[in-house]
Design a protein around this ligand. Structure first.
Ligand code: SAH
Length: 351
């Protein structure tokens, strides 16, 4: 048995069944054995592939968006370019390469700030963007001032709580030990709204807390944030907790700390938390709609025009992976939030 599973079992024996948010927090972020702390999980050889790892075009288009957001703020001469959960640093490297070429004044104004808890991934980020960046463990540590912030597949990794409706009562889903294995069980009844038997609802207080803090920051200093993740536009019941290993789904109670453990992001709840902090959220759109509006197709055509035919095939597949509805195009959503008083950033608020 892996040390993290032993530790979780000991905690359960000592304190009783464990809430899902605590389990997720330990699996992903335990200071010694946590999934993100001990490894780089990204890429074809890892457990999952993210959009920046699919194609450089993803980061290029976000770089273009960031320049537009900075222009809408009146081109402040000093800007914090912030990323939450930067993974390998690929997205930021692609943004920086693009803005150095296309918008040198933006590049000159920008200081890069990464919010990252994993030492393993901080090292990758340093290798990708160089020594010029600054690292923080929490958004609160980033200096105040004008800001453009991006977060791709960050919020899905922030722990959630789950409640299940059984015999007309809500009970919290918890992790216990059953037949000498970790298993999901139910806690004591708690008050809650009506629901149907078998419904599972998810709450992400930790996620809302971060979004609220971001909203407060946007209410104090001019800024814009772009949040991209898999999830749903409208809050609805559903069990979306998932574990992934080697690009396949696995049971969430197996091999804790050795699998990516995430849930779908409730963009309605996220927007409400940003608003509660004082920012203006702009209704989320699909990744497909966002990327097409930002010029995905012409950029791929441009790359294709100077590629051999084998590479053209690769480019075609990359574009499809990012934007096709059966791939990342529809499941992934993009939400923008800005300081009050700033114009709605393109391409939001168009429908
Ligand atoms: N944005 C990257 C990586 C996504 S994986 C990409 O698109 O490829 C999730 C990232 O969030 C990892 O870098 C992980 O270490 C980081 N992370 C997870 N929980 C975090 C937390 N509580 N605080 C800061 N970073 C966190």
């Amino acid at each position: 048995m892996q040390p993290l599973e032993r530790l979780i079992r000991e905690l359960i024996l000592a304190e009783g069944p464990m809430r899902i948010d605590r389990y997720m927090g330990l699996c992903l972020g335990h200071p010694q054995y946590g999934y993100y702390i001990t490894r780089d999980p990204l890429g074809e050889k890892g457990d999952f592939v993210t959009a920046p790892e699919v194609s450089q075009v993803f980061g290029e288009l976000i770089g273009v968006w960031a320049v537009g957001a900075w222009a809408a703020m009146g081109q402040p001469a000093a800007l914090n370019l912030v990323e939450l959960g930067p993974g390998r640093g690929t997205l930021m490297a692609d943004i920086l390469r693009t803005v150095r070429k296309a918008a040198p004044a933006f590049a000159a104004a920008s200081s890069v700030h990464f919010v990252e808890t994993s030492p393993a991934l901080r090292a990758k980020q340093r290798a990708a963007v160089g020594e010029g960046a600054t690292w923080h463990s929490r958004l609160e540590e980033v200096p105040e001032g004008p800001m453009v912030l991006v977060a791709n597949e960050f919020f899905d990794a922030i722990p959630i709580r789950q409640f299940e409706r059984r015999q007309a009562e809500w009970r919290e889903r918890v992790i216990g030990v059953e037949d000498d294995r970790l298993a999901i069980g139910l806690g004591a009844p708690v008050p809650g709204a009506e629901g149907r038997d078998g419904d599972v609802v998810e709450f992400a207080p930790a996620r809302s807390e971060i979004a609220r803090g971001l909203g407060e920051r946007l209410s104090r200093s001019p800024g814009a944030a772009l949040i991209i993740d898999y999830g749903h536009l409208v809050s609805a019941p559903g069990d979306t907790l998932q574990a992934m290993r080697g690009h396949a789904f696995v049971p969430v109670t197996e091999n804790p700390g050795d699998c990516d453990l995430t849930s779908h992001v409730d963009f309605e709840a996220l927007a409400k938390a940003l608003e509660a902090g004082g920012a203006v959220p702009h209704p989320a759109i699909t990744q497909r709609a966002f990327l097409l509006a930002m010029g995905l197709e012409p950029r791929f055509q441009q790359l294709s025009a100077r590629a051999d035919s084998a590479t053209q095939g690769v480019l075609q597949r990359q574009m499809a992976r990012l934007a096709d509805e059966g791939q990342m195009g529809k499941l992934f959503k993009v939400l923008a939030a800005t300081s009050p008083g700033l114009a709605t950033p393109y391409p939001f608020g168009r429908s």
